[in-house]
Design a protein around this ligand. Structure first.
Ligand code: UDP
Ligand code: MN
Length: 661
């Protein structure tokens, strides 16, 4: 009604010849308003993303390469990751500890098990993903026909017989390179700290040898394992290296176990990782691409991927890896049996200079994760005696963090990552403490082998990322180390300040009723140095000149123990610990008299060279050689000499309790 009378008045007052012009104008106006409003909101959302980056509220936009580059706005709130009251199947508190870690739970082929649907292990890489094989074959043609050349950055190699096949090294002699090639070679190293130039010559589908312990080849796994979402975060990863990582997942994962492969771009600036990557990945319907507006760090990038993921299990991988034969079932199997287990594969190195990748992963080369008292991740060789077979899962106090699988519900239950951390580093130690202390366990699975390019420096460190590792480490110490945080502070020389607000993480720890750090040291990282156990600790002054002390470099093995002025600056290098088993420790290293002069060497608990006693005569005495630690004349050196009762062999302690800061 209203509309009809309005039309009549308009006709009355507006001359007929203008009607046409007005209606065209109106239609144009409506279209323009529509388009403009849409544009405004789109830009606004992206802008919100960047503002939020600064305010830590973190909305992000997500492009799903499955569809036609949809724009989905995801709003992240830190509340999402707080505790969900979940009950886990087969979960026991500290499930990892009471169990026998020595039982391989996959069956041996000659085992008379009745799992009729077991699949044979040892699938050939490409055959394993027959569903995808067709895609790759097709793409060899698409490479020429469907993809504009500039989108390949640089052209990928799909040559089955070319360089680097079967993990063979590709040697590039820089001296033989000239002009543009030489520039590319140099840029490859400086951008990535690995030889991108060599990678570009190697097929992204290269075949690899089966590097597993031969015992693994006779294991079988049930077909019905929970499928996984693989999540790979990347920040300006080298093109051919990223593509090879994706291919290796697709080629060597049974399709029914791969729910999706989520690539999370952590705000990369490389052009090829934008539209060209989306175009390239269209051939893999399971690949989805999410993007952070700006780099936010691998912790928040992984949280984003995890929230988006729909698989029962999350498998995180780095963006410079190669999966090998049957890498996934051994991981999924362990989680299927107990969803509080977090598992990681054996990770041999892909050579950063030659891309050689052919390390046999036998029991002797396996190493589990530990940490130093500066909270730096490091490795330890597990005792073979503790394992029933060379391929049994191995309990691991920490994990390297780049490559692991975890039940999705359990990941959220224990609080994903500390989203107050950024860039890179310490998140692996933090999540390891959290897993163990809050009811889970971590295992290295020797029959799952995934290669990784280990680098000597992080190409993204420096600039805005400076200091972030330290801050992440301080957050870890503040939340998880209890009274040991002061010990960390002393050893690392870092004050426990300027690490931001950790109250939400402390609250999480309380809600989950996690155990103490002391419990973790006594039950999980049992080879850790426990300063609490020392019978005496402090600076060791010389009685010859009391302003001089025994001094060592606590974090460097094989270095001589010397005499230096007693100074606060050298606190962590001069505070020694007398242990009940007659070791003289400087944190992880022990005084070792080896071949003559005293050095610092990792403690082996077997006395001998490390049998050092502080006697009531104030000597530092080595019973096996019946000698005393002696300050040599006119020198800063120490040696072991026949005990003579002189002041150069007399030492006294300035006690420093381990809890002092
Ligand atoms: N990464 C990221 N954002 C960052 C730093 C790293 O997404 O700010 C990604 C990186 O591309 C890699 C993974 O996180 O896939 C682990 O980082 P990196 O390989 O540098 O660590 P490393 O293996 O040397 O410990
Ligand atoms: Mn890495």
């Amino acid at each position: 009604m209203l509309r009809a009378s309005l039309c009549r008045s308009v006709r009355k007052w507006v001359p007929r010849r203008w009607w046409h012009v007005i209606s065209v104008g109106l239609v144009t106006y409506i279209i323009c308003t529509f388009v403009y409003t849409g544009h405004y909101f789109l830009n606004r959302q992206i802008a919100i993303g960047s503002e939020a980056q600064q305010s830590d509220a973190l909305p992000r936009f997500v492009i799903n390469s499955d569809s036609n580059a949809k724009l989905i706005i995801k709003t992240h709130s830190s509340n999402d990751s707080v505790v969900q009251p979940l009950v886990f199947k087969e979960q026991k508190v500290n499930a990892g500890l009471g169990e026998n870690h020595n039982q391989p739970e996959a069956k041996f082929k000659d085992d008379n098990g009745n799992d009729a649907d077991d699949v044979k292990d040892g699938n050939e890489p490409r055959g394993a993903a027959a569903e995808h094989k067709g895609d790759i074959e097709k793409d060899k043609h698409q490479e020429v026909t469907a993809q504009p050349e500039e989108e390949q950055y640089p052209p990928l190699v799909f040559d089955d017989e070319g360089q680097g096949q079967m993990g063979e090294p590709v040697h590039i002699d820089e001296g033989n390179l000239h002009g543009e090639d030489k520039e590319k070679y140099k840029a490859g190293f400086s951008n990535n700290d690995f030889n991108e130039y060599a990678s570009n010559l190697i097929s992204v589908d290269r075949r690899l040898p089966d590097m597993r312990d031969p015992l693994c080849k006779s294991l079988t796994y049930p077909d019905a394992l929970p499928p996984t979402s693989v999540i790979i975060c990347f920040l300006n990863e080298a093109w051919s290296v990223l593509i090879r990582s994706v291919h290796s997942v697709i080629n060597r994962t049974p399709p029914h176990l791969l729910k999706e492969l989520i690539l999370v771009d952590d705000g990369s600036s490389h052009e090829n990782l934008k539209k060209p990557l989306e175009i390239y990945m269209k051939k893999f319907p399971k690949v989805k691409i999410l993007r952070n507006v700006q780099p936010e760090g691998l912790m928040r990038a992984r949280i984003l991927g995890a929230k988006f993921a729909s698989g029962k299990i999350l498998t995180f991988l780095d963006s410079h890896i190669e999966c090998t034969t049957n890498w996934l079932p051994p991981l999924l199997m362990r989680i299927r049996m107990n969803s509080t287990r977090v598992v990681w594969p054996a990770i041999p190195g892909i050579d950063r200079k030659t891309f050689a990748f052919k390390t046999n992963v036998d029991a002797k080369v396996l190493q589990v994760g530990i940490f130093t008292w500066s909270l730096v991740y490091t490795w330890e060789t597990p005792r073979l005696e503790d394992r029933a077979t060379p391929i049994s899962p191995v309990k691991s106090p920490t994990m390297p963090g780049g490559l692991f699988a975890i039940d999705r519900d359990f990941f959220f239950h224990i609080g994903t990552y500390d989203d107050g951390m950024s860039f890179w580093g310490a998140e692996n130690v933090e999540i390891s403490f959290r897993i163990w202390m809050c009811g889970g366990s971590i295992e290295l699975i020797p029959c799952s082998v995934v290669g990784h390019i280990f680098r000597s420096r992080n190409p993204n460190s420096g600039g805005a990322n400076t200091g972030k590792w330290t801050r992440n480490t301080l957050r870890t110490a503040a939340v998880w180390l209890d009274e040991y945080k002061h010990f960390y502070s002393r050893v690392s020389g870092r004050k426990l300040v300027n690490y931001g607000d950790v109250s939400a993480r402390l609250q999480l720890r309380q809600q989950l009723q996690c155990r103490s750090f002391q419990w973790y040291l006594e039950n999980v990282y049992t080879t850790a140095f426990l300063p609490k156990r020392a019978t005496l600790s402090g600076l060791i002054h010389s009685n010859h000149n009391a302003s001089f002390c025994i001094h060592g470099e606590y974090d460097q093995m094989n270095r001589l123990v010397l005499i230096r002025k007693c100074e606060k600056k050298y606190f962590h290098n001069q505070v020694f610990y007398v242990m009940p088993n007659d070791e003289l420790r400087l944190i992880a290293n022990c005084m070792d008299i080896g071949k003559g002069r005293p050095i610092l060497y990792p403690c082996h608990r077997m006395k001998g060279n490390q049998d050092i006693r502080y006697t009531k005569n104030r000597t530092i005495y080595h019973p096996p050689s019946n000698t005393c630690l002696t300050w040599l004349q006119h020198s800063d050196k120490l040696d072991l000499r026949a005990c003579d009762g002189g002041t150069r062999q007399e030492w006294f302690w300035e006690k420093v309790p381990w809890t002092d800061v």
